[in-house]
Design a protein around this ligand. Structure first.
Ligand SMILES: C[S@@+](CC[C@H](N)C(=O)[O-])C[C@H]1O[C@@H](n2cnc3c(N)ncnc32)[C@H](O)[C@@H]1O
Length: 283
């Protein structure tokens, strides 16, 4: 089922002119993406309020912590797909994997990540509360986690999930990565649901059979702000679409968790209604 499903979308993405145009239009939207503004909108209070149980970021960090520490996710290579300017999504995973690759489509985001990794200063956000929160969850020391992250992130690479081969061919071992993480990427970079599903198949190709996918994404979202006046369209997803897409792409769902946004987390930077967290395994 998987190989047949894999070939179809690849051919389809080449033969549908509307799809090509849609993908080009999405890339054009991202020209105005402003990492500092995006971080301010989504990664400060109230969305990142570590004193509140119901804030989005602590919820995501809790899901990632549980998924990485249950004992079934293992191997050497972890790849984060569409990292953006954020690091929170690999704070738990960097303890489990000895090599972590961060990736993004935009050079501005790759630069933001490299600044922190190289300790250059000038970061657009202070990751300290994030590191402290994960330390509390995992019983690690603050200096251990930041040093570990800087040690195991071996590169920050360009990626395009709309290509059948999203990363440079020699970026990964021939068997593929052992685990993929991806947060708010596929639905935020695809012009429509079929393109979202093809992107999921493309990233599935980066993973070894039996490897895990930890996927975080928006539910019911039609746009978000990538900076002042930069309205980026999003494919509005529901839980059934997420589950069906995973199955069609050759994944077995282990767990789906859903977070519903409290009214005061709706801060005018998007129209998201909820967030899903998926733990799945490649067949
Ligand atoms: C909504 S942001 C998510 C960032 C981060 N992962 C997070 O959790 O906040 C979407 C990211 O996808 C990246 N992106 C845009 N087009 C892409 C493409 N074709 N392939 C992969 N990533 C892309 C953007 O540069 C941006 O960093």
């Amino acid at each position: 089922m998987l190989s047949g499903g894999h070939k179809g979308p690849k051919r389809g993405s080449l033969s549908l002119p509307g799809t090509e145009a849609g993908i080009a239009a999405m890339a054009a939207c991202y020209k105005g993406f402003d990492p500092a503004a995006y971080l301010q909108y989504n990664y400060t209070a109230p969305r990142a309020d570590f004193e509140r149980q119901d804030s989005i970021v602590p919820w995501k960090l809790g899901c990632l912590h549980r998924a990485f520490t249950e004992g079934d996710v293992s191997g050497e290579v972890l790849v984060d797909i569409g990292s953006g300017p954020t690091l929170y999504q690999v704070l738990s995973g960097c303890e489990v994997f000895s090599k972590v690759l961060l990736t993004d489509f935009l050079e501005v985001n790759r630069q933001e990540l490299k600044r922190w990794l190289q300790g250059q200063g000038g970061d657009s956000i202070d990751w300290t509360p994030y590191l402290q929160h994960v330390c509390k969850l995992e019983g690690r020391r603050y200096d251990q986690i930041s040093a570990r992250l800087r040690l195991v992130v071996s590169d920050v690479l360009p990626i395009d999930v709309h290509r059948p081969q999203p990363l440079a061919r020699d970026a990964l071992p021939s068997a593929g990565a052992d685990c993929l993480v991806s947060s708010f990427c596929l639905e935020s970079v695809s012009p429509d649901f079929p393109a979202f599903k093809r992107a999921l198949i493309h990233i599935q190709g980066l993973l070894r059979p039996g490897g895990h996918l930890l996927l975080i994404g928006a539910l019911g979202e039609s746009y978000y702000l990538g900076g002042p006046g930069i309205k980026i369209p999003v494919v509005p997803l529901d839980e059934a679409q997420v589950c069906a897409s995973l199955k069609e792409s050759g994944f077995t769902l282990i767990r789906l968790e859903v977070y519903v946004l409290p009214a005061d987390m709706r801060v005018g930077v998007d129209d998201v209604s909820g967030v899903f967290f998926v733990k799945a395994r490649k067949d």
